[in-house]
Ligand binder design. Structure first.
Ligand code: ADP
Ligand code: MG
Length: 302
């Protein structure tokens, strides 16, 4: 199967919508962004053996390649519009390609995003997706903006993906089929002072918000919404495991988020507070400091 046949069969035939000229020419042609909105663009690469197991199902790889980018759009408060797909494949394996396309487009259809182009080359398996979305002008949800006194929240549960990676008996769904928090991100754009997705791990990504906002935070360990199978014994999976694709965000003190929880169907848990004192600390209910093995009381060195 040649490159052009491959592109046509698995990808071009599934493309529609947003582009004036989509797949098939040297580049895609897009209309200007709607007045009053701004464009948000992101890109993530997944490499076999590093970002997914070599043995992972092709459909799961397809889903995840797009979902991790959609999670970045969610963390920016953006509504998805289009994506490009850079595929490096060792060979044109038709059963792998049809599985990959199935998972990829299942995700694309679920979250309303259209493939407008890409590139296909031969080499060790790696997948790059570039995704774009839009936000009302000036309303992108940034890492900068958290203020001392803000409440800090996380969506969903934490630690599920790292548990799956470490334990093949655990539920693999959170690792293989992460669900980007797009509905939540879009709503938070008008409420949150800062946000990030916790793909690198809760404490590490929290550190990014603190660093950019020039503040500190205190995380209350017992408040964390731990995934099933996570307890005190393996809590590091929730703190530093990564791959969770939940949103960590800050809101002005005492903001009531119960309406947003219901509207978006997303559990939201207050896990701590932003402090004027620089640094990321974890504390127990009884007031004792909790020293995380991975990041502890560090000053953004994670
Ligand atoms: P060129 O050689 O001019 O770069 P390509 O042969 O790479 O053109 O691409 C031809 C068309 O197919 C372009 O529209 C490109 O965006 C699209 N394309 C290539 N690979 C993919 C892919 N994996 N998924 C979607 N579109 C692709
Ligand atoms: Mg090309």
């Amino acid at each position: 199967m040649g490159e052009f046949e491959l592109i046509q069969q698995y990808f071009a035939s599934r493309s529609s919508g947003v582009a004036v000229v989509g797949i098939g020419d040297d580049g895609a042609v897009l209309n200007p962004v709607i007045p009053g909105r701004q464009q948000v663009v992101c890109l993530d690469t997944l490499v076999a053996g590093r970002h997914f197991r070599e043995s992972a199902a092709a459909a799961d790889i397809g889903w995840k390649s797009l979902a991790v980018n959609l999670s970045d759009l969610a963390a920016m408060g953006a509504t998805p519009e289009w994506f490009q797909l850079g595929l490096t494949l060792p060979e044109a394996d038709e059963s792998w390609l049809s599985g990959f396309a199935e998972g990829l487009f299942e995700c694309a259809e679920q979250f309303g995003i259209t493939l407008i182009g890409g590139d296909t080359t031969r080499g060790p398996l790696s997948i790059t997706v570039q995704a774009a979305g839009s936000v009302p002008a000036g309303k992108a949800l940034l890492r900068i903006g958290a203020r001392a006194g803000d409440d800090m929240y996380v969506s969903g549960v934490v630690g599920a993906a790292a548990l799956a990676l470490n334990n093949p008996q655990a539920n693999q769904q959170p690792l293989n089929r992460p669900v980007p928090r797009l509905a939540l991100g879009a709503v938070l754009a008008t409420v949150a002072t800062a946000a990030v997705d916790i793909s690198d791990g809760l404490l590490a990504d929290c550190g990014h918000v603190l660093e950019q906002s020039g503040v500190g935070a205190m995380v209350e360990i017992e408040r964390l919404p731990l995934a099933d199978g996570i307890s005190e014994a393996n809590i590091e999976l929730a703190l530093a495991g990564g791959d969770d694709y939940e949103l960590l965000f800050t809101v002005p003190p005492s903001t009531d988020l119960s309406g947003i929880e219901i509207q978006t169907g997303t559990p939201l848990t207050r896990i701590g507070k932003i402090t004027a004192e620089i640094g990321l600390g974890c504390i127990r209910e009884n007031g004792a400091p909790y020293n995380s093995a991975t990041t502890g009381w560090q000053h953004f060195s994670s």
